[in-house]
Design a protein around this ligand. Structure first.
Ligand SMILES: Nc1nc2c(ncn2[C@@H]2O[C@H](COP(=O)(O)OP(=O)(O)OP(=O)(O)O)[C@@H](O)[C@H]2O)c(=O)[nH]1
Ligand SMILES: [Mg+2]
Length: 297
């Protein structure tokens, strides 16, 4: 018997906003590196995550949800997502079985046709639908694109994720070990920390607030002999009124954001975390090209 070949490659996770792309990446890795929320347009940048299997290395690129964007920030997000198309070995296309997004999917499928990259379709959130509606949905989608495989899954409930990984591994080309065995992501810890903060704001606030917020880490100081990390971060908003909402009555909202984010960051760094937060108004940053680049978008 010959030696089993080692397979590896880059896989872009693409789909409409809110279909569960980041939830799926976290479930695959068994670790939270990409933030999630019940609101669309949560992910703003390309998030890399590496899965090590016995005979394969799967390198995932989580991307912002693709939609027909109008705002400056959203246009950049879509550009980032579509920009992965040509550079990957495989595409994992994710849809939400419980809620069609015709416009976004039609737009994304048009872009998919321009590349030759093989595509696997993951029909996510099957935990939310009646069993009988799955087969017709699979048939409809099979007609829309020559997918290499169609796998119904639930990212949240961990249903059929192993089957999906098997399909993806088979389809990967033979290749090298791109990342050392202990690499999970290329994102610096402080960047993930800023994202954890942004996630809490996405989850705790409503209307335009989540979309008017960017977070930067000002200082990140490890104090090994105290097994502690001290972090100072700034929450940037676009208007004075938003600053008031983020701080909340008597500072309650800011406290809530801080304590929830602290738990996530502590789990990630494996030590105690002291978190100090500031709120700053930077007028209309989301429409300003220079400000966007400054925030890494
Ligand atoms: N019931 C159910 N909910 C899910 C599943 N997967 C994701 N969700 C939920 O769907 C919402 C969106 O999940 P995200 O992972 O943030 O979606 P996304 O595709 O990354 O969204 P964007 O980054 O905004 O494009 C969250 O509330 C998740 O908990 C699933 O399999 N079942
Ligand atoms: Mg996401």
């Amino acid at each position: 018997m010959g030696k089993e070949p080692f397979k590896s490659g880059f896989i872009a996770i693409l789909g409409a906003p809110n279909v569960g792309k980041s939830t799926l990446l976290n479930q695959i890795l068994g670790q939270k590196i990409s933030i999630t929320s019940e609101k669309p347009q949560t992910t703003r940048t390309r998030i890399l995550g590496v899965l090590h299997r016995p005979h394969a290395q799967l390198i995932f690129l989580d991307t912002p949800g693709v939609h027909q964007a109008k705002q400056t920030l959203n246009k950049r997000m879509v550009k980032i997502a579509l920009g992965t198309l040509g550079d990957v070995d495989q595409i994992l296309y994710v849809i939400d079985a419980s809620r069609p997004d015709e416009d976004s999917d039609a737009f994304l499928l048009r872009n998919l046709r321009k590349v030759k990259t093989p595509v696997i379709l993951a029909i996510n959130k099957v935990d939310l639908i009646e069993k009988e509606s799955l087969l017709p949905l699979m048939e409809t989608w099979n007609k829309r694109h020559p997918f290499h495989a169609v796998v119904p899954i639930s990212a949240l409930k961990d249903i059929q994720i192993d089957q999906l990984l098997d399909e993806m591994s088979v389809l990967l080309p033979e290749g090298p070990l791109y990342f050392p065995e202990d690499t999970i992501t290329d994102q610096p810890v402080r960047l993930i920390a800023s994202e954890m903060l942004r996630e809490k704001i996405f989850r705790l606030t409503s209307q335009e607030i989540p979309y008017s917020v960017a977070v930067t880490i000002d200082t990140f100081t490890e104090i090994p002999d105290k097994n502690r990390v001290d972090i100072e971060a700034t929450i940037h908003v676009e208007r004075d009124s938003q600053k008031g909402i983020i701080i909340g009555k008597g500072g309650t909202m800011l406290k809530k954001i801080g304590s929830m984010a602290r738990l996530d960051i502590q789990r990630m760094v494996g030590s105690q975390v002291f978190l100090k937060l500031w709120v700053r108004v930077q007028k209309n940053w989301s429409k300003n090209a220079q400000a966007l680049s400054g925030f890494g978008y």
